[in-house]
Design a protein around this ligand. Structure first.
Ligand SMILES: *[C@@H]1O[C@H](CO)[C@@H](O)[C@H](O)[C@H]1NC(C)=O
Ligand SMILES: *[C@@H]1O[C@H](CO)[C@@H](O)[C@H](O)[C@H]1NC(C)=O
Ligand SMILES: *[C@@H]1O[C@H](CO)[C@@H](O)[C@H](O)[C@H]1NC(C)=O
Ligand SMILES: *[C@@H]1O[C@H](CO)[C@@H](O)[C@H](O)[C@H]1NC(C)=O
Ligand SMILES: *[C@@H]1O[C@H](CO)[C@@H](O)[C@H](O)[C@H]1NC(C)=O
Ligand SMILES: *[C@@H]1O[C@H](CO)[C@@H](O)[C@H](O)[C@H]1NC(C)=O
Length: 672
């Protein structure tokens, strides 16, 4: 019976819904009610009837319910408590007889709160840290962590603890940033976010490239000291520089990590400390700047003139860093070090040759007692250090030394000196020689001064006579001692010595060759003439022969063939005969062309042709004259000079002296 009644009622509801459009509804602002707030549910039945309220199946309290009219009713939740949450049902018994109801769920919550949860954390890198998120809220709260809007996942290093805190092991500077703790009422769209900023500090560290920096002082030397600094927050850099240095010369880059010194000087050396400091700690590193200086050697004098027997004292100061060692070195004339192996050896060498007269005083003064000629020359003061070497030369000049091992070769009128050992010039070139001679009966020396380039010969002596002879060298400081006296006897009269021809003094001018002719010893009887013969240097060429007068000082040979080798012989003749020939080979060079660019004018060509014709004519005539005493020239000569034709004069008796060399006037060259 009851079942059939229920079915009937259901059917009537369907009918009402289908035909009357009656619909029950509960209207309220929101399903979630904050703890302590008020809420109101309005039930509209859609038709007239008796409306009642239930909460979770039990009748609502009367003071909660208020009837509005026949079709609607209100339910009030005042000062909401957690227990007020539940399912509220509005039931209606319509006047039409059927019943209906509608339900609505109300949630009461206490909002999430983060209480005293901090919003900032500062940690030190490497620490194991816990970031807490203390949340309250009802009925239940769930917590999520986010970083950069991404859900934070646990990995080996980052873990969620049971109390919702986040643990980060070995925190690094990469972990810094904003973390969000999100608290949400379980199953409800009610949530709150709390942003926590994490700072990870790193104590400063300082790294340097090189602990010791070595540079050479100088205007071109710039040095940069750099210091690599790390740390969070970014550390400030402070440099501590040596007291001796002048900071105003230093420059820094923008973050002071680089210190730049231009034109490094010695006083910049020392310890440079780079200190990096942030609020966590400070750290520093030291760079040693080692500044070396190129050595310098300064002499008290660069040249000194000392008479033999006096004392030389010259000081040399060396400076530089490291402090150089000082060496005195004797140089040869060629500026080569005699010995360089070591300071000691060099100095010992000087001492040995100086016979104990050479010493070093106070470590920098070179003293030579009782200076001798052989001390003259160049000395070097050397400053030697690992930073380099420097040397300054000192020139000691004194008189030349007395010549030793001298021998004399007599001729009839001359004595020729020969040196068995080279001369000691006393540190300055020998400019002159003083020659002295006397006969056994004389007390006074006769003397003559000659240039050092002249042959070392006493001339104009008397044949068959005993002489004492000696000589002394001279430089611009003074004259050295005379060589030991030699006693020589001049020879009797004989044939002259060979004339002297110095090949290097020969000169060419076109196809003419000229060379000075020197006669040192005429054999005690004057030279009558010279015989010059020359030919192209081939076996079957004919000699061309010419005589030169006795006062000739130059031989000129004309009309030589270009680019040919010549052989020449010169003999000196006195009344006793002729000398052995002085021989010379020479090669006539190609003459330098002197033509104009446009070639020779026709007139010039014509005059050259005529000249050649004339020369040929004269040559033929001259040959005729010379060989057969005929022709035009012979005729003219006889008319002009009578029978005494020049070049054919007879020999005159000599006066016992040689007149070959000593005529100083003019150029008595005889053309051939
Ligand atoms: C901590 O992390 C650093 C790299 O950030 C790593 O080098 C170091 O070994 C870690 N220390 C430990 C104890 O895991
Ligand atoms: C050294 O620095 C100066 C200025 O600071 C600059 O003029 C000079 O060119 C630099 N010299 C070298 C060799 O770099
Ligand atoms: C060398 O130094 C000394 C003192 O150290 C000084 O008296 C002397 O004048 C200096 N000599 C030279 C050539 O500089
Ligand atoms: C200097 O030399 C001469 C001879 O060469 C010698 O007689 C003299 O004793 C020397 N003097 C000194 C101080 O050595
Ligand atoms: C300096 O001199 C020493 C010895 O004389 C030599 O061994 C060295 O090579 C020299 N150094 C330089 C840079 O010339
Ligand atoms: C050379 O001797 C000749 C005569 O034989 C003479 O005419 C000429 O002047 C002399 N020359 C000199 C420079 O004496």
């Amino acid at each position: 019976m009851a079942e059939s009644m229920l079915i009937l009622r259901m059917c009537s509801i369907i009918l009402v819904l289908g035909f009357s459009e009656a619909k029950m509804e509960i209207i309220t602002s929101k399903p979630d009610v904050l703890l302590g707030e008020n809420a109101m549910l309005l039930c509209k039945a859609g038709g007239e009837g008796d409306i009642t309220w239930q909460k979770d199946g039990e009748d609502a309290e009367d003071d909660q319910v208020e009837k509005v009219d026949e079709t609607s009713s209100k339910l009030f939740i005042r000062n909401a408590k957690i227990e007020d949450a539940g399912r509220y049902t509005c039931l209606c018994e319509f006047d039409t007889g059927h019943r209906d109801y509608v339900s609505y769920a109300i949630f009461v919550y206490e909002p999430p709160s983060f209480g005293q949860t901090p919003t900032n954390h500062e940690f030190l890198e490497g620490q194991d840290v816990v970031i807490t998120c203390v949340v309250t809220g009802k009925p239940a709260v769930e917590v999520n962590w986010e970083r950069d809007h991404q859900k934070l996942h646990s990995d080996g290093r980052i873990t969620r603890l049971k109390d919702n805190s986040l643990q980060i092991n070995n925190i690094s500077r990469k972990d810094r940033g904003s973390y969000t703790c999100e608290a949400k009422i379980k199953d409800r769209p009610i949530f709150k976010k709390h942003v926590i900023s994490i700072f990870v500090n790193v104590p400063p560290t300082v790294k340097i490239h090189e602990e010791v920096k070595k540079v050479m002082a100088g205007p071109e030397t710039n040095v940069s000291l750099s210091c690599l600094v790390e740390g969070v927050p970014q550390p400030n850099i402070i440099w501590t520089i040596p007291d001796s240095s002048d900071e105003s010369r230093y420059k820094y880059n923008s973050d002071k990590s680089e210190l730049i010194i231009s034109s490094v000087v010695r006083s910049d050396y020392g310890e440079y400390i780079c200190t990096a400091k942030n609020k966590i700690a400070e750290s520093s590193a030291m760079i040693m700047l080692d500044v070396s200086e190129h050595p310098v050697a300064v002499l008290s004098q660069e040249k000194m003139k000392v008479e033999p027997g006096q004392t030389l004292s010259v000081s040399c100061n060396v400076s530089g860093h490291p402090m150089p060692a000082l060496q005195w070195v004797r140089k040869t004339n060629n500026d080569h070090l005699l010995t360089v192996s070591s300071c000691l050896v060099v100095f010992v060498w000087i001492q040995d040759t100086g016979g104990g007269r050479v010493r070093m005083e106070d470590g920098y003064v070179l003293v030579v007692d009782n200076v001798t000629s052989s001390d003259g020359g160049l000395y070097s003061c050397m400053a030697i250090s690992p930073a380099g070497n420097a040397s300054t030369d000192f020139s000691l000049q004194t008189w030349p030394g007395k010549a030793s091992q001298v021998s004399g070769t007599p001729g009839p009128t001359s004595v020729h000196f020969t040196l068995g050992a080279s001369l000691v010039d006393g540190g300055s070139p020998i400019t002159h020689f003083t020659l002295q001679w006397k006969t056994g009966r004389e007390n006074n020396w006769q003397e003559r001064v000659i240039q050092s380039t002249d042959p070392l010969v006493i001339t104009d002596l008397i044949p068959y006579t005993s002489y004492s002879v000696r000589f002394a060298p001279r430089n611009h400081l003074g004259q050295g001692g005379f060589s030991d006296e030699l006693t020589v006897r001049t020879q009797g009269i004989r044939e002259p010595d060979s004339p002297i021809l110095v090949a290097s003094e020969g000169r060419f001018e076109g196809n003419m060759f000229s060379i000075p002719l020197t006669q040192l010893d005429c054999g005690g009887s004057p030279i009558i003439h010279y015989i010059v013969r020359y030919r192209v240097n081939k076996m079957d060429e004919d000699w061309r022969v010419k005589d030169l007068p006795s006062n000739s000082t130059v031989i000129n040979l004309h009309d030589l063939q270009c680019k040919s080798d010549y052989h020449m012989e010169v003999l000196a003749v006195n009344s006793y005969g002729s000398s052995s020939p002085a021989k010379l080979n020479f090669n006539v060079p190609q003459p330098v062309a002197k033509m104009n660019k446009g070639g020779m004018a026709k007139g010039a060509v014509a005059s050259i042709v005529m000249l050649i014709f004339l020369v040929l004519l004269i040559a033929v005539d001259a040959t005729c004259c010379y060989t057969n005493r005929c022709g035009m020239l012979m005729f003219l000569a006889v008319k002009l000079f009578g029978q005494k034709v020049p070049g054919m004069k007879t020999v005159e008796e000599g006066d016992g002296t040689c007149n070959g060399k000593t005529s100083p006037i003019g150029d008595p060259a005889t053309e051939v």
